[in-house]
Design a protein around this ligand. Structure first.
Ligand code: HEC
Ligand code: HEC
Length: 214
């Protein structure tokens, strides 16, 4: 009786194994790389559940993502220091070399073709007035010209999507571009506009953007 059970179980397992590996092989190469080369440890499963103040990546513009990976790897993009006293990009800089150029292309292809993460509810929830003020500033301060309605229609490849990105991450980036701590790539086009923003306005705009679904 027991022996029959064990034999049956082995047959079931043998039958199940090829199915499991076949399912893994069917995943796009970029997804497999993302989830095996440690990107997922910080940016979360499938680039949608990032930890701490780290960015979600899924659904962003392909050119933007690839440029940022290069510039973080090569040290052109840094940022202000995090709680550990190191630039925010330091942890990531240490791992990008694990991927070849071809693999970075595959990862960013896959990320850009994945649906974006849903907005993360804020605690306490922002008031209706706060969201309306953020929306109004996003238009009146000119952000809308480059990032599009609610940060959902970037003007051209290489410009990032902003809607439904994590609030703390967005705030850090606007502050870092404003202070010059982040000065890579195309950030110069944005710097003069951020210099005219108060801390309260940055808070209002980034709260609004973080709550806009994509
Ligand atoms: C140790 C944590 C960590 C790991 C591992 C990591 N990243 Fe990052 N990554 C970050 C942080 C933190 C930032 C944002 C830095 C900042 O706030 O200035 C970032 C930024 C990015 C950005 C720019 C996002 C944007 O909106 O500008 C991309 C793209 C990215 N990472 C891709 C990857 C890929 C691909 C991998 C795997 C090869 C990876 N990261 C591994 C922590 C990490
Ligand atoms: C003239 C065009 C332009 C305007 C106006 C502009 N931006 Fe940007 N913004 C960019 C570009 C281009 C980048 C990407 C910079 C790079 O190459 O790293 C960017 C990056 C960002 C980022 C970082 C995104 C990420 O994933 O790291 C945030 C946040 C942002 N912009 C918010 C704003 C806000 C808020 C305003 C209005 C106050 C604004 N931008 C106005 C062009 C613009």
């Amino acid at each position: 009786m027991r022996l029959t059970y064990i034999i049956r179980l082995s047959i079931l397992l043998m039958a199940a194994t090829p199915l499991t590996s076949r399912a893994q092989d069917d995943s796009p190469p970029g997804q497999i790389l993302f989830n095996t080369k440690s990107c997922n440890a910080c940016h979360g499963k499938d680039g949608k559940k990032a930890i701490l103040a780290f960015p979600n990546l899924a659904g962003n513009d392909k050119t933007y993502l690839l440029t940022q990976v290069h510039e973080i790897r090569d040290g052109q993009r840094v940022g202000s220091n995090d709680d550990t006293g190191n630039p925010r990009t330091a942890g990531m800089k240490a791992v990008v070399h694990l991927l070849s150029e071809e693999e970075l292309g595959q990862v960013t292809d896959w990320l850009s073709s994945s649906p974006a993460a849903k907005p993360i509810a804020l605690d306490p929830p922002p008031s209706v007035e706060m969201l309306a003020k953020g929306k109004e500033l996003f238009a009146s301060k000119g952000c809308i010209a480059c990032h599009g309605e609610a940060g959902k229609k970037p003007l051209m490849p290489g410009y990032p999507f902003l809607a439904s990105q994590k609030k703390e991450y967005l705030m850090n980036q606007v502050n870092d571009i404003k202070s010059g701590a982040r000065s890579n790539g195309l950030t110069m086009v944005m710097k003069p506009i951020t210099e005219a923003l108060t801390a309260e306005e940055i808070d209002q705009i980034t709260t609004y953007l973080s709550q806009e679904p994509r």
